[in-house]
Design a protein around this ligand. Sequence first.
Ligand code: PEP
Ligand code: MG
Length: 556
Amino acid sequence: METTLRGVGVSHGVAIGEVRHMGTAVLEPPAKQIPAEEAEREQQRARQAVDAVAADLTARGNLAGGEAQAVLEAQALMAQDPELMADVDRRVAVGSSAERAVYDAFAAYRELLANAGEYLAGRVADLDDVRNRIVARLLGVPMPGVPDSDEPYVLVARDLAPADTALLDPTLVLGFVTEEGGPTSHSAILARALGVPAVVALPGAGEIAEGTLIAVDGSSGEIFVNPTEERRAALEAAAAERKAALAAATGPGATADGHKVPLLANVGGPADVPAAVKAGAEGVGLFRTEFLFLDDSKNAPSEEKQVEAYRQVLEAFPEGRVVVRVLDAGADKPLEFLTPGDEPNPALGVRGLRTLLDHPEVLRTQLTALAKAAEGLPVHLEVMAPMVADRADAKAFADACREAGLQAKYGAMVEIPSAALRARSVLREVEFLSLGTNDLAQYTFAADRQVGAVSRLQDPWQPALLDLVALSAEAARAEGKSCGVCGEAASDPLLACVLTGLGVTSLSMGAASIPYVRAQLAKFTLAQCERAAAAARAADSADEARSAAQAVLSGE
Ligand code: PEP
Ligand code: MG
């Protein structure tokens, strides 16, 4: 019998196939005592296993490229953390086997993270994955992770570690479903980058039996377990229709009546550029520069290294717009040499622009590198600061840009409700706004973006979030300036129409979403988008807002 489950759709498309579960066995090695004379050999085994796992993660990263690479390299660094290794050595010295010592040392580290604050949720899956890999290697058992299968399947997991997502083979993995995670979690961002349909935050997904036929609708967030023939046919027809619409829509983003809404790409570095160009991105709306900083946890990358990476991205869009976000360190993206380790609430602490104002030399180097990278190129360079709270923040950033002699437009990201509420005042100092709806939702609803349990509040359809988007867009219009969206909200085709109706002037998203958004936008006039936006804002919940907008646009 068909049953329907509902999670959060985070990556478009339909997948129909049999369930395969992720190998999640927790490998707990027995706590046997080893003789003292074996300690040195065990320490060596542990070190070899750690090095091999780190090398494997780095190799997977090289294979995957882009944002996935940065995440995997961060995991490789985690594996080789000197303090963790010292703890493993200590445990072996008092009688633990290599595998038990690794297991216990990681458990202690996990505990530390648990008490260190809120970025834990996103890190724990990564840490557990590293531990399981090292222990599996030491025990000589198969690596946990993506199942071995020659037949295509739908992957079901509690959560997906970046190492696994990066290796998903889109020809075998039809789609995936996770119990944890939210619309802005690592897994969701990586799924979109891969172009694999995905639904997250679906408690109970783990109980669907191996081999069960399911249909995943990555747009609506629905899962149909044992779908009927009719259901399958309807989903397949809808998917085929969508594919045809995608192929038919090309060129710059615009509504049916020709109102232009440039469609830009979010990139993490040069490796993401080819996909953006292929999807017809009209430029880059968010270059997340922090991925450049993940290689070395102790130092900022040199000016030369930065110039090289920036130039590669700028050259790819000779006539287009490239919006570079200066370093957004802290909270979910901590950097050892910049982020205070003792904050009770890192997301409410020193992060984003606050970090850079505390470390002006890091900001100066970045701005100087950008100025050098853009030299002689016709590109329209724009720079923006993350986590701008008020006019004083905006002024401090604009002053730093001027001092560095940067020939570019300066902008502020709207990620904190105060910046949306006082957008006109922020716009006295900068030339454009860019709405980071991921963080804006986090701070508007006091809901950690990494915690699956509060994903309802992370839903960008929440009318309160739409109100803040409208306030920012209205302020920009009044000042004759632009206001784009670069958070994940822009990648939802229906929401993209609503954002356009709210007055947003450009949409930036992962490259894989661009064709979907382009096709949807081309179906409606600006006036229809405005009516859908008004209907969504009049609703009392995210679900009602979505249905109200849908009803307006489908002429119900
Ligand atoms: C956002 O917060 O919406 C955003 C685009 O920035 P990030 O996801 O990198 O924090
Ligand atoms: Mg942000």
